[in-house]
Design a binder for this molecule. Sequence first.
Ligand code: ADP
Ligand code: MG
Length: 647
Amino acid sequence: MYGALLKGCGQRPVIKMIELPILGQNFAATITEGPILGIDLGTTHSLVAVLQHGAPRVLLDQDGDPLIPSVVSYPVDGPPVVGKAALARAGFDPTRTIFSSKRLIGRSMEDLRDEMATLPYALVEAEDREMALIDLGDRKITPQEVCGRILRACRDLAAVQLKMAPEMLTRAVITVPAYFDDAQRQATRRAAKLAGLEVLRMVSEPTAAALAYGLDKSGSSRVAVYDLGGGTFDLSILELQGDVFRVLATSGDTHLGGDDFDRAILINCAAEIQQQSGVDVLADPGARAALRLIAERTKKALSSAEEADFVYHDAELGIAYRRTIDWRAFQGWIAPLVQRTLDGCSMALQDAGLTPPDIHEVVLVGGSTRVPLVKAAVSQFFGRPCHDELNPDTVVALGAAIQAGVLGGQVQNALLLDVTPLSLGIATAEGTVSKLILRNATIPAQAKEGFTTFVDGQTAVKFTILQGERELAKDCRELGEFVLRGIPPMPAGLPKIGVRFHLDADGVLHVRAKEERSGVSAEITVKPKHGLTDEEVETMLADAWENAESDLVTRQVADLHGQLGNVRRAVEKHLDIARQHLEAHALERLEDAFEDANQASCLNEPGPLKGILDELETAAHPLAEALMNHVAREAVRDRFVSDLIDE
Ligand code: ADP
Ligand code: MG
């Protein structure tokens, strides 16, 4: 058994220390390499942009189109196809045409349970049961392989447009939703690697959008970036301080976007088709994929017209269906979804301690913000018109290119900071959590805290890294653990163990523990087994609120038991000295208090425990004095001896 940890007594040394990296120096580009690509890896579409002559430029395909559909199709007899060619195969090869792979990346089957019913292709669990795989029938592929092919297509498009060999384009800035957790970010990084790209930086999408709008040049103000894409919703609240973006708070939902609007149309029309023809079209993967595309087309038409036709003919199934959808009906179907995004806005504002009037500018990002109801609802929520001057499809890619320019040394004085969605900390001996990096801390972040040992002669300490908002270790999510060995045997409380958390720019956590007297150290880089879904993040936050009061009591009780244990052990160790040196009444008081402390283990209310602790501490004062005199006498005696030797 490894000994447990005790939080250092007295003041916490450094609670949080945020270091701002100086970008543009470490990553200065050399002339032999091509530009760093800025890639918006979207659920629905991906784009690639570069910085040219100081301005970001989205690269277009041979048709002059910036959007690469994030779709990969795997024909039975031939190499995979990506983008438009893959999208064209969705209708007739639905089980081998993979869209929305970004929704799957870094996630387990458990996370994807709700998703599966509406996907025309099959998912299976990987052998290690951590990640979901896509089952093509004859073989299984990983979501990051699919994303890797999309990123490869971005790289190839850039090579053609820039007239460069693809080998020269090896570095990229990739944007991800702000709510992507460690597992999702790491899986994205692996996808890039499969595409031959090194990710120099991951930037959250809303933060990139703010850069594209040049809001870093607009002076000090607060900006909300509302990004509703095909599959994800993100809200970030940024504060612009000079050239520096600070993310005050983020909120989001990795399962909310235009796909859900499509699904609302799809489900309503499919129900009517079933009523009219008796055919369950959703049970047929080919029909479902075709209906999905029709639903999307109808939705887009409703962004600029009052009504649109949903037309579906299928001779084989005997279906001839036509329905005119009026924008009011569509608004009714999607209103609850739009409301969910507004709830996310409220949550982020609350986290930042702000109200809508505190926001000076609102930026709309993502294709789904073209829906009139969305625009109107967001403007109404914030009480001001929203920025929609730039094409909502390309702003994120433009921002990624600007960030790439920052890393390449072409753009100075711009700095992006992201935040961590949940607090990070360490389990203590008392079963509580010592939080080192707090929720919504800007990253990269560093924090240090001092710990010591719990029992005499303890030579190894186990560290458990936790993520979550609850006060007790058992209620938080365990990210990993490691053991610091080789501590020289010392009395409990003497070793000085410094624990340093470093949360890097990509949200990966590096933890290092060092015993300062002996210099022994150990470290860990946390690669979570699989990440938290945003629902889990929300549940954990909600739990933390709900249980805040009872958690606090439990934590106080645990802390008091810990403190009482320390004092009790110290007294026990020196009872002999007490019996020799204390006056009778002082000794009696100490022995009584000690006896009460021994009986206290069953107490679970802070009040009585605190009383017993206070009494024991007070009763131990004469003992402490006696001990000091004792130590001083020894020291003086040693001193005489050494003085004699010197002479
Ligand atoms: P992502 O970043 O998730 O890939 P995008 O920002 O590219 O998403 O947005 C794609 C979504 O925007 C899709 O759901 C698409 O149907 C929707 N969209 C695009 N144009 C329109 C439009 N004119 N009206 C409504 N929705 C649109
Ligand atoms: Mg997007």
